[in-house]
Design a protein around this ligand. Structure first.
Ligand SMILES: C[S@@+](CC[C@H](N)C(=O)[O-])C[C@H]1O[C@@H](n2cnc3c(N)ncnc32)[C@H](O)[C@@H]1O
Length: 338
């Protein structure tokens, strides 16, 4: 089944995967610490504050903070991961939170069509990373799965075993930004059919073995390859490109869209959309004159907001987070040439 076609209300339809996730996860408490919470709440306070959409529910930290800060607001929340949905079902108030299992590209299928605040907090949660069975971590041995939604799509193992060389290059070189991508792609192709691509432990070892020892810097040599494969397996950049215009369309006038990214490729996509909607040149190659650009809102911050030292010390995973904020306004033709 396609990973982006279905959207399941918690109350209406339940996929079999959801039951499996329920049994296997035993619903421990989330270990995920939400990032840049006060900056997001401050931006959302500039809206009417009645309806919010959390597109990436995860451990529910941002959703809970929104419900606490806006006691009269209603929240719609979604996640591709059934385990996140199950956990949130227990911890969020059923009378104020409407929870959906699905990819955020389906946000336009939600019964609520307009929101004062929309949040996308991209990437994976600590709950996913710290569960070896999910296959996201090279530190924990487990199946090479890496799917956020385990009810559909290909696992990372299937991707590595069957994908074309050009797709492998796209994942490791472009999404993983791995300078020594060729050595890794060659090793993947040579390891097909041997079983070495089936476990995170054996795959991480294979990557470490083909990279020179001088390459072992502060980060594990397998870091970039894992990141690139995860982005490819989940179609993360395409999902973001597809979802952002839908999020814009779903914003009330005066509503705020907040996006946290952890990767320069994601951040570039967010930046370009936000500049386009603000009537600014998208990048240095944008040759349109001001007459041709239309502002449909404004950037709330020129540069992305990043965590301060205290937040990074408290939550080291926040260190690469970048928050961009956009506020929707009435359409305004800029006019007047450049
Ligand atoms: C960084 S975590 C969010 C953490 C959350 N804000 C919190 O406070 O706990 C990212 C979450 O987004 C989900 N996710 C990533 N891409 C998604 C997509 N395309 N559609 C729906 N959920 C997605 C992941 O499954 C993960 O649970």
């Amino acid at each position: 089944m396609s990973c982006v076609s279905a959207l399941y209300s918690f109350d209406i339809g339940r996929k079999p995967a959801m039951r499996a996730a329920q049994e296997e996860q035993a619903m421990g408490e989330t270990t995920h610490i939400p990032v840049l919470v006060s900056a997001i709440l401050e931006a959302f306070r500039r809206t009417d504050g009645r309806t919010f959409l959390d597109c990436t529910l995860g451990g529910g930290g941002h959703s809970r903070a929104i419900l606490e800060t806006f006691p009269n607001a209603k929240l719609w929340a979604m996640d591709a991961d059934a385990a996140a949905i199950e956990r949130a079902r227990i911890s969020l108030p059923a009378d104020r939170a409407h929870i959906y299992h699905g990819n955020f590209v389906t946000l336009d299928k939600l019964p609520q069509r307009n929101f004062d605040g929309i949040l996308l907090d991209l990437g994976v949660s600590s709950d996913q990373l710290e569960n070896g069975e999910r296959g996201f971590s090279f530190r924990l041995d487990g199946p090479m799965d890496m799917r956020m939604d385990r009810s559909c799509g290909r696992t990372a193992e299937e991707f590595l075993e069957t994908e074309s060389r050009s797709e492998l290059i796209e994942a490791i070189r472009n999404y993983g930004e791995e300078p020594l991508w060729k050595k890794i792609v060659d090793a993947i192709e040579a390891a097909r059919g041997t079983g070495k691509l089936s476990r995170t432990g054996s795959f991480a070892e294979l990557v470490r073995r083909v990279l020179p020892t001088s390459y072992r810097t502060k980060i594990d040599p397998a870091t970039r390859a894992f990141q690139g494969i995860r982005i490819a397996v989940n179609g993360e950049l395409n999902a973001l490109k597809e979802a952002l215009p839908k999020a814009f369309a779903a914003l009330e006038v005066g509503g705020v869209l907040a996006v946290i990214s952890f990767h320069s490729l994601e951040d570039r996509i967010v930046k370009q959309y936000f500049r386009e909607w603000s009537g600014l040149p998208v990048d240095q190659f944008d040759s349109r004159t001001a007459d041709e650009r239309v502002a449909r809102g404004q950037l709330l911050v020129d540069k992305p907001i990043v965590p301060d030292v205290e937040e990074i010390l408290r939550n080291p995973r926040s260190r690469s987070a970048k928050l961009r904020l956009f506020r929707k306004g009435e359409e305004e033709f800029l006019g007047g040439g450049d």
